[in-house]
Design a protein around this ligand. Structure first.
Ligand code: ADP
Ligand code: MG
Ligand code: MG
Ligand code: MG
Length: 399
């Protein structure tokens, strides 16, 4: 079937003709629920049995901007392949892929809408005590087993070739590492913080650090990273985590995924200024967020190092002192990438609801200034970071 964007009804017809999902006479409802920036997402359900699936279809352009911004359909292949690889390593943490259609650029997958999008949960002030352990396992396993530590060298190089993803990487290169740090037309920030944004544009030391981080993003083919691991790509329930939307996956630096999780916890931390009016409750919730930042790193590193000792195929990995230096670099990378991801959400094209949902412009500006201070401090001080409390100490110092 030649490519065309499906309607809700066509999505039903499509899943009905697939084997093993629904009976031909099944009565199905279909709803387009995509709230993301790029794609169509259909939720398809059989009322009689309660059975449901999700159909995600790439559009040949970016949905946020429209047809004037063409975007490769190959991202649907990248996403379905990345989901399958991640599912192999952490089956409980990633939706199962039932079917991928190259021509229609669509993936039929497990419906995980019994969970909520984590960004929404954090904005509502909910707590997820098992999150750190589970996302730590997601990160440790998906990143270790696709790296040169855990993969056969031929398999690793073959994977690099399947996940080049130039167009989606370019979006990150521009929107995370370039445009926010100069007066670029894509920027979109609250006019009340213009002075603080201009100070960033004029901060030579900061821009040098960001140039180095961008170069790491361009060149360090370390593992198959998710590439867009913000809290809008993470579904949570009180007991479970599901990671979706890996269309930005490519071989890149491990610290980029860890930094994305940390950045989005800290964007919510900054947003609490306007989200939680009660000072005591705000303080409590912020402590919970900082403890989660520490736990995410600690869980990641303990599981990653355990895999390293037990499973590393690369013999040089067992050289004395090697893993300690590697892990120290990773936490510094994570801090720096987290900083960039925070700054770009305040200054750049795509904001986050943790800040944007603060209705009063003045209050929002105060929260945004805090986010800018946190992001800059993480970038400028990342080379002093040794342990997770060094990251949260940086946050406490600027708050
Ligand atoms: P985009 O790439 O356009 O950001 P996402 O993959 O993030 O698309 O999906 C957009 C929205 O669709 C999600 O926020 C979620 O509400 C819904 N969604 C996506 N995948 C699933 C799934 N497997 N189960 C349930 N809902 C999903
Ligand atoms: Mg998304
Ligand atoms: Mg903005
Ligand atoms: Mg996406």
């Amino acid at each position: 079937m030649a490519y065309r964007a499906l309607s809700e009804q066509e999505a039903v017809q499509y899943v009905k003709q697939l084997p093993d999902l629904f009976a031909p006479e099944a009565e199905l409802t279909s709803r387009e629920i995509g709230d993301g920036n790029l794609n169509l997402v259909f939720h398809i359900r059989e009322e009689a049995t309660g059975k449901s699936v999700v159909v995600k279809q790439a559009l040949p352009y970016a949905r946020v901007v429209g047809e004037s911004w063409p975007l490769t359909l190959d991202r649907a292949r990248i996403e379905s392949e990345a989901l399958r690889i991640q599912h192999k390593y952490v089956p409980d943490l990633v939706p199962k892929v039932y079917h991928y259609d190259e021509e229609l650029a669509l993936t039929v997958m497990e419906d995980v809408s019994d969970h909520v999008i984590m960004r929404k949960g954090l904005i509502e002030g909910n707590r997820y005590p098992l999150f750190a352990k589970q996302i730590g396992r997601f990160l440790a396993h998906t990143l270790f087993y696709t790296s040169d530590l855990g993969a056969h060298p031929y398999d690793k190089k073959a994977l690099v070739g399947r996940f080049i993803n130039p167009e989606l990487c370019k979006i990150t290169e521009d929107l995370v590492f370039t445009d926010p740090y100069e007066d670029a037309p894509t920027n979109n920030f609250n006019p009340l913080i213009k002075r603080e944004v201009e100070a960033i544009w004029n901060n030579k030391q900061l821009k040098l650090e960001i140039a180095q981080l961008k170069y790491d993003f361009l060149t360090r083919a370390e593992a198959l990273i998710h590439g867009d691991l913000h809290t809008g790509s993470i579904f949570v329930s009180p007991t479970s985590v599901k990671v979706i939307d890996p269309e930005f996956a490519y071989y890149g630096p491990i610290g980029f995924d860890i930094g994305a999780v940390i950045a989005n916890l800290l964007l919510n931390y900054a947003g609490q200024h306007g989200l939680q009016p009660d000072a005591g409750k705000r303080e409590d919730y912020r402590e919970y967020l900082l403890a989660t930042v520490e736990d995410v790193w600690n869980e990641f590193v303990s599981q990653f190092v355990q895999l390293w000792h037990k499973q590393a195929k690369e013999r040089s990995a067992h050289t004395e002192g090697f893993w300690q230096g590697y892990v120290q670099r990773l936490i510094r990378d994570a801090a720096g990438f987290a900083g960039c991801k925070i700054l770009r959400r305040v200054i750049g094209l795509a904001g986050v609801a943790d800040l944007n949902s603060i209705a009063d412009d003045q209050t929002r500006a105060e929260a945004e200034r805090l986010a800018l201070a946190i992001g800059q401090a993480l970038i400028l001080e990342r080379n002093k970071v040794e342990v997770s409390t060094d990251i949260t100490d940086i946050v406490r110092t600027v708050t």
